[in-house]
Each structure stands twice: as structure tokens, then as C-alpha cells.
Design a protein around this ligand. Structure first.
Ligand code: 9Z3
Length: 364
């Protein structure tokens, strides 16, 4: 634990959350990732550069310690990976905390298209591997931005898989980011599971579906049964709620940073209401609400200062990828397509500048 960030001060809101970290194991990779993140943050803090922590992708909930089966949350990582690029364009350094193998900034333009990445390549006359003529322009544009981010060491990519890894990493990074003060920004686009299997109720081995092989694992007679277990021929899964970490983040881990959460719904009647509820409950800066089916062309901003306002991509400017087609294809269409993140991120950056100005005038 020597290299990891110091423990946060407990708050009355945080006892359930502190209990979480006392009873669910620290990921093996944290001690390796923490000093890397610390060096990245210190570099940008010393340059007075704004740093955005962008979370992205779904968090998995393993049912077994030696995991064969798990429950997952929907997310391809498009929102996070795309937003990360626009934060970089807006002058931020970005820590990209993402679900392993979900979309990544820059490579997303090629990795998840309907083409295999080899389809972008060909041989030139001398036999060297080169990019096909038709993709040259677009690839050059992406490559230049990627190389600039690398040159400036402005993008740190860190993976997680489970919701437990996500929560430990989020807490660690938040505490490491404290020296940034109001220059720190949290953009929580990852789809975080509301339910999980606590370590104390996790079975070690693959749950056997056949009654002939199933042996109940127990932790003593009085203990609750494992969260996932067989009852006759049925698999019963009894999950615990994930503690409301946003409260801890706002109150204890990152009290000076700008914090933006996302709210995903499928019922349009609930979206704005639940976004407002989250804002009131956690008192952070902004909730961005989105519907599963329309998330690529409309979102609602809900904030204390600005009330409720919608951001929409006009119908004729929607990316083809937003309608389930290939992004490369859209890049070649005549009307340049608009990614909604290109509208969201500058708005967020503007609000962040205003917040920094307010913080400065308070400390004068
Ligand atoms: C979102 O709402 C993201 O925008 C999406 C992005 C997951 C819809 P894709 O990756 O999708 O582009 O395919 N994230 C949900 C954030 C979330 O889970 N929020 C929790 C909550 O509101 C915790 S902050 O309770």
C-alpha cells in the first residue's frame, strides 16, 4: 500500500462506502498503476493543465472467484472514448479509465468498424505495407491527433474489468488528483453496476449446474448463503447494492473538482426526473441524462446553475454510426457527420472554466 494514495477522511456519508473498501479486496494491479497515475497527474499539475478523468465502458460483476460467469452492464465505450478525444482537443490531459477491450480514443475509428483493420492496408509497389488510398486522409487526421497526445504525454489509459476494480481505481485516482484542485474534472460515463457480489459471499469455483455435481460452498453455519447458488435445478442470484460512491467522491475524495455523472434510462418519462434527483442527492455539478436508444444524438444537461437543457445533433448531421452503420463510411459521406460528444465536451469545458473562475475569486 506504500505507493497508493492516502486514505480519505471518513465522512458521515461514507461509512457504508468505507466498509466496502475494508471488505472487498484491493485489485492486484492497483499498486502498479497508482505510481504511474501519480507521475502523470504531477506532470500536468506542475504545468497548470486541466486534467479530466474519463470513465468508460461497462463494469462486470463476477459470480465466481475463478470467474466463468459474470453479469455485465451495457456500454460499448463510445461515449467515453469519443469524449476523451474532444477533451484532449480542448486542451485537457486525460486519464481514460476504461473497461478492458472496450473502445479506445483514436483507435476506435478503426478497431470497431465493420472492416477488419487489415482492410485499411495494402502493399505498395515495393511490397511495403501502406494504408489504402481511400483511407489516407482520414487516417492521417486521426494519426496526427494521436501522435500529438502521445508527444505531450496527455493521455493515460488505464483498464478495469470488474465493478470492484472500477471503484478502487476511482477512489485512488480521485485522491491522487486532489493536488489539481479545481483543475480536476470527473466525467463518469462508465456504466456502473448498481448490484454486486460482495467478496464474503463469492464462491471460489464454477457453479455446477448439475445436481449430481453441485456442492454448496459455505462460510460457516450462520453465514448468508453465497450470492449465487443452486436451489434444486435453479440458479439463484442474490446481489447486494453497490454503495453510492458518488456521495463519497463529491464529499471526501474530490471535493474541489468538477464532477459530472451520466444517467442512463430507457423510459423517457423518467430521464429528466432521475437526473434531477441525482443532482439533488449528490450535489455535484452536472448530470448528463441520455436514453439508450437516442444517446448518440440527444442528451439533457441538468445542473443547479443551468436547469435543464437539451443538446441535439440535427437529423441531417447525425453520424451513420449513430444509426448503426460504419464510422469510416460516414467520414466519406459528403455532409460531415457530427458526433454529439463534439457538442457536449466544449459545453462541459465552458462550465469548468466558470467553476475555476468562481473558485479563484473565492480564494482572493
Ligand atoms: C451513460 O449513460 C453513458 O452515456 C452510456 C454510453 C453507457 C449510455 P456507450 O458506451 O454508452 O457510448 O455505448 N453511462 C451511465 C452512467 C452510470 O452508470 N451512472 C450511474 C448512475 O447514474 C453511476 S454515476 O447511477
Amino acid at each position: 500500500m506504500a505507493e497508493t494514495a492516502e486514505q480519505p477522511n471518513g465522512t458521515s456519508a461514507g461509512s457504508a462506502d468505507n466498509e466496502y473498501f475494508a471488505t472487498n479486496p484491493k485489485p492486484a494491479t492497483l499498486d502498479h498503476q497508482s505510481p504511474i497515475a501519480r507521475a502523470f497527474i504531477n506532470q500536468h499539475a506542475s504545468q497548470n493543465r486541466k486534467v479530466a478523468l474519463v470513465t468508460s465502458g461497462g463494469t462486470s460483476v463476477p459470480l465466481e472467484n475463478q470467474t466463468v460467469r459474470f453479469i455485465d452492464n451495457f456500454s460499448a465505450g463510445t461515449r467515453g472514448a469519443t469524449s476523451a478525444e474532444y477533451f484532449l482537443e480542448n486542451g485537457y490531459a486525460v486519464i481514460f479509465l476504461h473497461r478492458q477491450f472496450s473502445l479506445l480514443p483514436y483507435s476506435r475509428h478503426f478497431s470497431h468498424s465493420t472492416n477488419c483493420f487489415l482492410d485499411f492496408m495494402t502493399h505498395d509497389e515495393a511490397g511495403a505495407v501502406v494504408v489504402e488510398d481511400e483511407f489516407q486522409q482520414q487516417m492521417a487526421r486521426v494519426l496526427d491527433r494521436y501522435k500529438k497526445a502521445k508527444r505531450e504525454n496527455a493521455l493515460l489509459i488505464l483498464p478495469f474489468v470488474t465493478v470492484n476494480e472500477y471503484l478502487w481505481m476511482l477512489r485512488e485516482l480521485a485522491m491522487l488528483m486532489q493536488p489539481l484542485g479545481s483543475n480536476g474534472l470527473f466525467y463518469l460515463a462508465a456504466a456502473v453496476s448498481d448490484f454486486f457480489v460482495p467478496a464474503a459471499r463469492m464462491v471460489e469455483h464454477k457453479i455446477q449446474s448439475s445436481e449430481d455435481f453441485y456442492e454448496a460452498e459455505t462460510n460457516g453455519e450462520d453465514a448468508k448463503p453465497p450470492a449465487a447458488h443452486m436451489e434444486g435445478k435453479s440458479l439463484v442470484i442474490d446481489l447486494d447494492p453497490v454503495p453510492k460512491f458518488l456521495k463519497q467522491l463529491v464529499d471526501a475524495w474530490a471535493p474541489q473538482s468538477m464532477i459530472i455523472s451520466f444517467k442512463l434510462e430507457t423510459d423517457p418519462k423518467l430521464l429528466a426526473k432521475k437526473a434531477r434527483y441525482a443532482l439533488e442527492k449528490y450535489s455535484h455539478h452536472l448530470v448528463i441524462g441520455n436514453m439508450l436508444n437516442t444517446r448518440k444524438w440527444e442528451v439533457v444537461f441538468v445542473s443547479a446553475a443551468g436547469g435543464e437543457s437539451w443538446i441535439r445533433v440535427p437529423a441531417e448531421r447525425r453520424t451513420k454510426s449513430a444509426m448503426g452503420k460504419d464510422l469510416m463510411e460516414s467520414a466519406q459521406s459528403q455532409e460531415p457527420a457530427v458526433e454529439i460528444e463534439s457538442l457536449i465536451v466544449p459545453e462541459v469545458a465552458k462550465m469548468h472554466v466558470e467553476m475555476i473562475e468562481r473558485a479563484k475569486s473565492r480564494s482572493r
